[in-house]
Design a protein around this ligand. Structure first.
Ligand SMILES: *[C@@H]1O[C@H](CO)[C@@H](O)[C@H](O)[C@H]1NC(C)=O
Ligand SMILES: *[C@@H]1O[C@H](CO)[C@@H](O)[C@H](O)[C@H]1NC(C)=O
Ligand SMILES: *[C@@H]1O[C@H](CO)[C@@H](O)[C@H](O)[C@H]1NC(C)=O
Ligand SMILES: *[C@@H]1O[C@H](CO)[C@@H](O)[C@H](O)[C@H]1NC(C)=O
Ligand SMILES: *[C@@H]1O[C@H](CO)[C@@H](O)[C@H](O)[C@H]1NC(C)=O
Ligand SMILES: *[C@@H]1O[C@H](CO)[C@@H](O)[C@H](O)[C@H]1NC(C)=O
Ligand SMILES: *[C@@H]1O[C@H](CO)[C@@H](O)[C@H](O)[C@H]1NC(C)=O
Length: 547
């Protein structure tokens, strides 16, 4: 933590006056937005659905896409890694019992809880397994003192059983102990998500060995704590010249929906892989109007807001456009022999015909009128047979998935989820005649009563703009909506910290697409899941006759 500089009192008063005006103003703006904003349907399609959609679409400007990539978390290596089991705990306890130390006596030493005692950890591991049935516990760190004598703070890494990726998330909680049988401890009380603040700092240290089930197991934990989204430099000048690049000039895809973006971007990346070239990547993005409260296209977004750039760098050869252009210019200024460039004017030039090209840079132009200026046209027709879109390269941002983990964690991963599509579609009775009534609070309650136990946590992923719309359900369920978790993206949140690092301090808005990602991912981790189409209504997702 940095200390803030001392400021004079008058200055403070000035600032607070200013803050207050800003506050009043922002409340005004917020109110206006809240009234007019219709968030997009938070639905994200599977890659195969997307492929089908785009492949069958003759007219490429037709675009429904509120959505992309099912879970965006593809298996890097299938989520494996052993989690801690009952048997491991039993075994560790037996081992301890066999050690002479525990044999002597009346367990006097238990009267004072010693957090480094392996039995403390065992008690917690046992408790957690029983308490959190939806969670896989991957590793524990050595417990530390809590705030009182009989308390310890314990930290661990976990993932939801329904997670589809290798990632691990962090939790740390505070436990109070009593002694149980046979000189072992028992957890008397456990506090909530992220309550064990003394254990939090353990994550900051790079840990080599971590403990699990009472044994010291040395594990090479994937340290996810640091997010490394740095832009890769191309290296030395000589390296630059040695490289081979595929450079796509910005085309008609800019400001189109995210489906379209993914479809086009992965075409370019796929071609680069096919040609064994480094793909030159423009990290700046334009978010289409439908994801923005202002209902206008917003420029100046960053790829890293939504996607995992670090992962992309790991699995594909990419270079950031700005960096690339600087190196290129530098080379040409310094050398007689310029960098060789092959300009490709039309998408009709097939990737196959560029395979033998020697130029350092292949530069596709996309200057034709729409739709001849879409990137994905390169991969259409015959090229579709040999260019594969590297779907595994595009994962959702870790920072957003951390928010997902946090929301799940606050509900202890014990929640059922329902996806309620409303928004524009309920107004279109022609295409969705029953959607409005089938998603009315009364109908929802009736349906839920059949499948969800009363008073369970119920997460509602929805594009219904009115927060209070679901109030009726509160009479029977603990309703959770994304907006209940606004503190996770407020200006003091971790998310905000990472975002503003990317923008060098410029404020970042938690936009509609981020909301869609988080809403969807929280939904996927629910225990019982109810979809709008199929489960709640017989209307077809794409309108009458499109089931
Ligand atoms: C706590 O337990 C650890 C491990 O069993 C032991 O090394 C340490 O001496 C104990 N501390 C106290 C104060 O008893
Ligand atoms: C933890 O608490 C015990 C007593 O409750 C104390 O003896 C020990 O020094 C404390 N350990 C640390 C690291 O503060
Ligand atoms: C981790 O292990 C390496 C070598 O095995 C060692 O040099 C380093 O000090 C260890 N770090 C910690 C925090 O234990
Ligand atoms: C971030 O990644 C780059 C290369 O991708 C690496 O050179 C750098 O050391 C990494 N930074 C940290 C803090 O791990
Ligand atoms: C391609 O590069 C190789 C070796 O660098 C060279 O021998 C060959 O002449 C080049 N071909 C063309 C068409 O420039
Ligand atoms: C953000 O949320 C946190 C956690 O609830 C809270 O402590 C903090 O004051 C909030 N910050 C702002 C600027 O609202
Ligand atoms: C929702 O519909 C899907 C597909 O028809 C079905 O597999 C699932 O069991 C349904 N869920 C519930 C809770 O009824």
């Amino acid at each position: 933590m940095r200390e803030s500089e001392p400021i004079g009192q008058m200055f403070i008063r000035l600032i607070s006056n200013l803050c207050f005006s800003v506050f009043v103003f922002s409340v005004l703006i917020f109110t206006v937005i809240a009234i007019t904003y219709q968030p997009p349907d938070p639905w994200l399609e599977s890659t195969s659905a997307l492929t089908k959609f785009f492949s069958k679409t003759e007219n490429p400007t037709l675009e429904d896409g509120n959505s992309i990539l099912k879970s965006g978390e593809v298996f890097r290596s299938a989520p494996s890694g052993s989690s801690i089991t009952e048997q491991m705990i039993d075994k560790a306890e037996k081992k301890l019992k066999n050690l002479a130390v525990l044999d002597d006596s009346d367990c006097d030493e238990l009267r004072e809880v010693n957090c480094s005692d392996p039995r403390v950890l065992l008690a917690v591991e046992r408790f957690n397994l029983k308490q959190f049935k939806s969670v896989l516990f991957l590793e524990y760190l050595t417990p530390v003192n809590g705030s009182k004598a009989n308390e310890c703070d314990v930290a661990w890494r976990f993932r939801s059983k329904r997670d589809k990726s290798w990632r691990k998330y962090k939790d740390f909680r505070r436990f109070r102990f009593e002694y149980g049988e046979d000189c072992f401890y028992r957890v008397e009380h456990a506090s909530g998500w992220h309550s064990g603040i003394n254990a939090k700092r353990l994550f900051r240290r790079r840990v080599n060995g971590t403990r699990s089930a009472g044994n010291t197991i040395v594990s090479k934990a994937i340290l996810d704590d640091e997010i490394n989204d740095t832009i890769l430099s191309t290296g030395s000048e000589a390296d630059f010249k040695e490289g081979k690049y595929l450079y796509y000039k910005r085309g008609g895809d800019y400001c189109k929906g995210m489906n379209h973006f993914a479809w086009s971007f992965l075409c370019g990346l796929g071609e680069a892989m096919y040609l064994k070239r480094t793909f030159v990547m423009d990290l700046s993005m334009c978010l289409a109007a439908k994801y923005n409260p202002s209902n206008q296209d917003v420029d100046g977004k960053d790829f890293r807001y939504y996607f995992d750039f670090e992962h992309l760098k790991d699995v594909a050869s990419v270079v950031e456009e700005g960096e690339f252009l600087r190196e290129w210019k530098k080379w040409d200024q310094k050398h007689e022999k310029k960098v060789s460039v092959k300009k490709v004017v039309s998408y009709k030039v097939k990737p196959k015909n560029l395979k033998k090209d020697n130029s350092t840079i292949i530069w596709r132009q996309f200057d034709a009128p729409s739709p001849g200026n879409f990137w994905f046209m390169v991969c259409d027709r015959e090229a579709a047979k040999y260019i594969e879109r590297p779907w595994h390269a595009l994962l959702k941002s870790k920072i957003l998935l951390n928010i997902v983990a946090e929301i799940g964690g606050r509900m202890d991963y014990e929640y059922d989820a329902i996806h309620v599509v409303r928004g524009e579609r309920v107004k279109n009775k022609k295409l969705w005649p029953n959607l409005d009534s089938d998603t009315s609070p009364g109908a929802l309650l009736e349906k839920l009563e059949e499948v969800v136990h009363p008073w369970t946590n119920l997460y509602i992923a929805t594009n219904e703009p009115s927060y209070n719309y679901f109030d009726t359900l509160r009479s029977e369920y603990k309703v959770h909506l994304l907006d209940d978790y606004r503190d996770l993206w407020n200006s003091t949140s971790e998310w905000y910290h990472w975002m503003t690092r990317l923008t060098r301090g410029r404020p970042v808005e938690f936009d509609g697409y981020m909301r869609a990602i988080v809403d969807t991912e929280v939904f996927y981790r629910g225990k019982i899941r109810l979809e709008t189409f199929n489960n709640l209504t017989k209307d077809c997702k794409d309108g009458v006759g499109y089931c």
